[in-house]
Write a protein that binds this ligand. Sequence first.
Ligand SMILES: CC(C)(COP(=O)(O)OP(=O)(O)OC[C@H]1O[C@@H](n2cnc3c(N)ncnc32)[C@H](O)[C@@H]1OP(=O)(O)O)[C@@H](O)C(=O)NCCC(=O)NCCS
Length: 160
Amino acid sequence: MAEYEIRALSAEDRRRVRAILTERWTSPRIVNHGRIYRADELPGFVAVQHGEIWGLLTYAIEAGQCEVVSLDSLAEGQGIGMALLAAVEEPARAAGCRRVWLITTNDNLHALGFYQRRGLVLVEVRRGALDVSRKLKPSIPLVGMNGIPLRDEIELEKTL
Ligand SMILES: CC(C)(COP(=O)(O)OP(=O)(O)OC[C@H]1O[C@@H](n2cnc3c(N)ncnc32)[C@H](O)[C@@H]1OP(=O)(O)O)[C@@H](O)C(=O)NCCC(=O)NCCS
């Protein structure tokens, strides 16, 4: 992990951040729990190597809670995701948040394992929530990762 620097997102990163979010999620507009986030305008952290962004986390702090709105690693299995997830705890604690939480989807078996191995626990399954998300963002596919129909939101949290 030594070769990646984890630092807060800066204004100069925004154009690249928009491109990454568009490439990974079809748009910088991320829909979670019936709400549209302009993830490219949120605070976040990046993993950088030789001036290139290889990982991106965006978050929103509201009402004493810190939601991870997006997390992407462009070089998997090298510790970037873990480092970004750990980094967000600092602003969350500084803002007095009682938890870090996030939404993943039923198809994302890899993320479900990854988060639980990082100490997050399941809070709730919102069955059929993607029907609502698709009304807000029609580009969300019907079939997600692993060939699994993309249907449900799963909320996970880590208490701080
Ligand atoms: C989920 C995701 C963010 C994880 O990012 P990542 O950079 O691969 O995460 P890490 O490298 O920190 O950890 C991944 C695994 O590699 C392992 N690892 C980390 N550094 C390692 C190293 N140097 N050597 C070997 N293994 C290593 C970790 O222990 C972890 O294993 P585990 O999941 O079995 O516990 C990434 O897979 C991703 O971008 N997925 C697509 C987008 C997505 O689903 N985002 C989440 C939506 S909610």
